[in-house]
Design a protein around this ligand. Structure first.
Ligand code: FE
Ligand code: CA
Length: 540
């Protein structure tokens, strides 16, 4: 039995935490209901996806038995009809599906090496999570799902390296912040051509907000609050062909940020502290699980706690230490009366910001992170998290900080730096997103000392589509005021491509010309290198 001191009523029994997930895989564990006779034309309309896991790989799909209905709701702008559909869905008896799956060594599926059946239940939106631990390491495999006469599109996935293998190079893509209403996901078509082995997605997979007809790609849905709303929002995003194809192209290692639930939320408090805190978070977490290839072990106590922080090893070459900075954090400091969420505060006017008792990761996760850093034998140690880790003073000659990122929790940042300093893992590199801009930094043990050597590198990557709101002049001004910043650009959208070699990390900032184009052009904005054993970043 594990206890979590910051959630007083929470006790987690590992047996019960896996029950729900296991039930989805074991026939007869749920009340039997007749299999639906008539299927929609394409029950696999939301595509397929996969992820690496500690055991091997996770394969995902979601059966959409009534896609015609779902699409009608997706495209119908009438709020009354939407709310009626929401009520009806909650009362409608839904069928079970026994979905067959196959894993093959070739794209034509002539050499199938594993096959089986998984039960898709309405309680989990007919999502399917198949976790396989006994495939050969470091191999590409193809997988697909079958239901009745329907066959899913094939997905390609890759099993993790054997623990001692140090194969290089390893290519990853880093992405975040795909606001559907801000543009097309054409960056993913270029990412696919760049052919990474794994996509690291660090948050804002969906945006929960309500309709805004002035936006470039508007949708009709009200701000997501319920499980129905979040399921629909994920389905809307997953109907995007570029996103779907990128999921089918290679495994994704994901974590979330705020908009998977609500803007700037902290544990159970959103911007408006009176809106559905706990229930809303649970609904959002459940829909997130249902739409992404998360390992079944992430599922704890029916979504009141989802264990998202985890380490994914890529042999002896690299470890990806994935953090969750939303679920356990204290509220942002110096919030205006009656409001949650973030502000920009003056350092002197907000001593609460520096209160050492305030936490971002939660005590348990922070201890775990320290252990991961100390135990790691990997040559490259990526700390895969949501937002800009390095401080960013926004006022020339002053000290003003945005409170939603690590700048809202400087004592926690200090604890992470101390843990890094004590553990001295080889080549630590912070990866992040959230701020809709590229920030490339030297991470210092003491950021106030301009002569301090870098102890880590940081690449905070730009958004897939989400707008930044900062112009080039402001970005350049703030970058100049923060000497550990080596490069900054807020005007371009795209992703980061990382080639992990034994002796260096080579990073390219890949940017599209215009997110309003369905097929944008791509360019490399800047290239950087982190040399083995050197800590900081060098422009290549
Ligand atoms: Fe975002
Ligand atoms: Ca965010």
């Amino acid at each position: 039995m594990l206890t979590f001191p910051w959630i007083p009523s929470m006790r987690v029994d590992r047996r019960s935490l896996l029950k729900l997930a296991a039930a989805a895989a074991v026939p007869g564990a749920w009340t039997a209901r007749p299999q639906a006779r008539a299927l929609a034309r394409d029950p696999f309309a939301l595509g397929v996806a996969s992820a690496p896991s500690a055991r091997g790989i996770v394969l995902w799909t979601r059966i959409v038995p009534d896609l015609a209905e779902e699409i009608a709701r997706l495209s119908h702008p009438d709020l009354d009809r939407y709310l009626t559909a929401r009520r009806e869905e909650l009362q409608r008896p839904a069928p079970l599906y026994d979905v067959r799956w196959e894993v093959a060594q070739d794209e034509a599926f002539t050499q199938v090496v594993r096959r089986g059946t998984a039960r898709a239940v309405p309680e989990l939106a007919h999502s399917v999570h198949v976790e396989l631990g006994d495939l050969r390491p470091a191999r590409w495999y193809w997988y697909r799902f079958l239901l009745g006469d329907a066959v899913s599109p094939p997905g390609r996935t890759r099993t993790p390296e054997a623990p001692d293998a140090a194969r290089a190079p390893l290519r990853f893509a880093l992405a975040s912040c795909q606001h559907y209403e801000h543009g097309h996901f054409g960056a993913y078509a270029h990412m696919r051509a760049d052919d990474p082995e794994v996509v690291l997605f660090v948050g804002d997979y969906i945006y929960e907000g309500g309709p805004n007809t002035r936006r470039f790609r508007p949708h009709p849905f009200p701000s997501a609050r319920t499980l129905f709303d979040y399921r629909l929002r994920h389905a809307l995003y997953r109907c995007d062909p570029d996103l779907q194809k990128m999921h089918a192209h290679c495994p994704w290692l994901v974590t979330w940020d705020d908009h998977e639930v609500s803007n700037d939320y902290a544990r159970d408090t959103g911007e408006d502290p009176h809106v559905d805190g706990h229930a809303r978070r649970l609904a959002a977490y459940q829909a997130y699980y249902e739409h992404l290839p998360l390992p079944v072990a992430t599922l704890i106590e029916r979504f009141s706690h989802v264990r998202l922080y985890r380490t994914q090893h890529a042999g002896a070459l690299a470890s990806f230490i994935v953090l969750d900075d939303r679920q356990y954090r204290d509220r942002q400091p110096c919030q205006p009366d009656g409001r949650g969420g973030s502000t920009v505060v003056d350092d002197a006017a907000c001593p609460q910001r520096r209160d050492p008792k305030r936490t971002l990761l939660g005590r348990e996760q922070l201890m775990w992170l320290g252990q991961q850093l100390a135990q790691s034998k990997a040559r490259w140690n990526f700390i895969v998290q949501q937002t800009l880790f390095s401080p960013l003073n926004r006022e020339h000659g002053g000290a003003r900080y945005w409170t939603d990122g690590w700048d809202g929790y400087p004592a926690e940042r200090e604890r992470v730096l101390a843990a890094l300093d004590a553990a001295r893992p080889r080549n630590p590199v912070f990866l992040g997103g959230d701020v809709h801009a590229n920030w490339v930094c030297d991470v210092k043990r003491d950021f106030d000392d301009p002569h301090a050597p870098a102890i880590a590198a940081e690449f905070c990557g730009t958004s897939i589509t989400s707008a930044s709101g900062w112009d080039a002049a402001r970005t350049a001004r703030v970058a100049a005021d923060n000497p550990h910043v080596r490069y900054a650009d807020s005007e371009r959208r795209g992703y980061l491509l990382g080639d992990v070699e034994k002796k260096r990390l080579h990073a390219r900032l890949r940017v599209v010309d215009d997110v309003r184009k369905a097929e944008p052009a791509i360019a490399t904005l800047a290239e950087f290198e982190v040399a083995d054993g050197r800590g900081g970043v060098r422009r290549a």
